[in-house]
Design a binder for this molecule. Structure first.
Ligand SMILES: Nc1ncnc2c1ncn2[C@@H]1O[C@H](COP(=O)(O)OP(=O)(O)O)[C@@H](O)[C@H]1O
Ligand SMILES: [Mg+2]
Length: 366
């Protein structure tokens, strides 16, 4: 990551709010600061305000309150075409009556770039997405994946410093999506472009991004690199939205520094790390990842509590085993174990005992 001298923010949202109807805020007090060259993804459920944020940054919507800055300058009053921002949307938005080459040439003509320079830039941009042979075709003569490559080339052709992408791969099948995910991140990093990427697909967000901003209800719930988001969710929403997760409800019954005891609603006691709880008596939702649950007592610390569990279902998945358990009255408690030579395959009906390291179980907001 950049050091402090070059770490100056390139994109900034300062206390930004947005209301379309003058009453309901769909973006609430948004603060965000991105260094140059970063690939940041806005991830969140539908309606959480992601597109609205992108549209304000692009200049197609105005902020109701607050300020957006690009390279240190407020841009609230700069029209969209003067912001030097490339954009890619889900529905390609190529001009149907123009050839691929003409589609790419258009943003350069708007910027008053001469003909020979335009031709050079168009071919270079087509080369970046391996589409040089398609310059003479019209969009209707291309597949969805090819059209999206052209849309990407068109966003890059005028060498923008900032590119915004709103669910650009949403309409494509899984394999094509994965290929293009890789191409987009490679291009962004090779060209040193700052990218704001929007998706509701958590795998896409985790695999592509330097940092992910998890949106819910018009707010950033957590902004962190992918591994931190997965391993240290700040609240129940993020824990449940990112990756698979087991939750149990209970009340804090002891608390001591970075360790607490939670009495579950059925009376069982477990050990956890207090994250969003500070005192005894508070309700909490504890969160534990399936791969962090231990069923071999010898590998647990001697002083941790264990829970009785009944095996409900065993699924062989090749690389891992996925076993569903009944734990403290919860029938959807899942554990994942690596398919190692000595790993037992649990049969439904078996009673086992499970536990975990206290720091792997997070006591969050109820
Ligand atoms: N042009 C608009 N006029 C009125 N309401 C809108 C408009 N665009 C979006 N909204 C509302 O704002 C909220 C956030 O929408 P949006 O930013 O599109 O979310 P996302 O991209 O995360 O799905 C939603 O409740 C949506 O209905
Ligand atoms: Mg959207």
């Amino acid at each position: 990551m950049a050091d402090t001298a070059t770490d100056q923010a390139f994109v900034e949202f300062e206390r930004v709010q947005k209301s379309y109807d003058g009453e309901i805020l769909v973006v609430k007090d948004l603060n965000l600061s991105m260094p140059k060259g970063e690939f940041l993804t806005m991830l969140g459920p539908s309606g959480s305000g992601k597109t609205t944020c992108l549209m304000m940054l692009a200049g197609f919507e105005t902020a109701t309150h607050g300020e957006i800055k690009l390279d240190g300058r407020p841009i609230n009053n700069i029209p969209p075409h003067k912001r030097g921002i490339g954009m890619v949307f889900q529905n390609y938005a190529l001009f149907p009556h123009m050839t691929v080459a003409e589609n790419l040439s258009f943003p350069l003509e708007v910027r008053k770039i001469g003909k020979s320079e335009r031709e050079k830039k168009v071919m270079r941009a087509l080369g970046m997405v391996q589409m040089q042979d398609f310059a003479g075709r019209r969009p209707a003569q291309l597949s969805g994946g090819q059209q999206q490559r052209i849309a990407l080339a068109r966003a890059l052709v005028f060498e923008p410093e900032l590119v915004l992408m709103d669910e650009p791969l949403g309409a494509l099948d899984k394999q094509l999506r994965e290929t293009l995910q890789f191409e987009i991140t490679r291009l962004a990093h090779d060209l040193g472009i700052t990218t704001v990427y929007v998706t509701h697909d958590q795998t896409e967000a985790l695999t592509m991004s330097d940092r992910v901003a998890v949106f819910d209800d018009g707010r950033i719930q957590q902004l962190a690199p992918p591994d931190e988001l997965y391993e240290e969710p700040h609240n129940s929403f993020v824990a449940q939205f990112i990756g698979e997760n087991n939750t149990l409800m209970g009340t804090v019954s002891k608390i001591n520094g970075d360790r607490c005891e939670v009495t579950l609603d059925n009376g069982d006691i477990i050990d956890a790390k207090p994250v969003n709880v500070t005192e005894v008596g508070q309700k909490t939702r504890v969160s534990i990842r399936p791969e962090r649950v231990e069923m071999n007592k010898d590998r647990l610390q001697p002083d941790v509590h264990t829970l009785k569990a009944e095996v409900l279902e065993f699924v062989y998945m090749g690389d891992i085993f996925r076993t569903r358990l009944r734990v403290a009255g919860n029938d959807d408690f899942v554990i994942k174990t690596r398919n190692a030579p000595d790993q037992v395959r649990l049969t439904p009906g078996t009673q086992i005992e499970i536990g975990w390291l206290p720091q792997d179980c997070r006591a969050l907001d109820a």
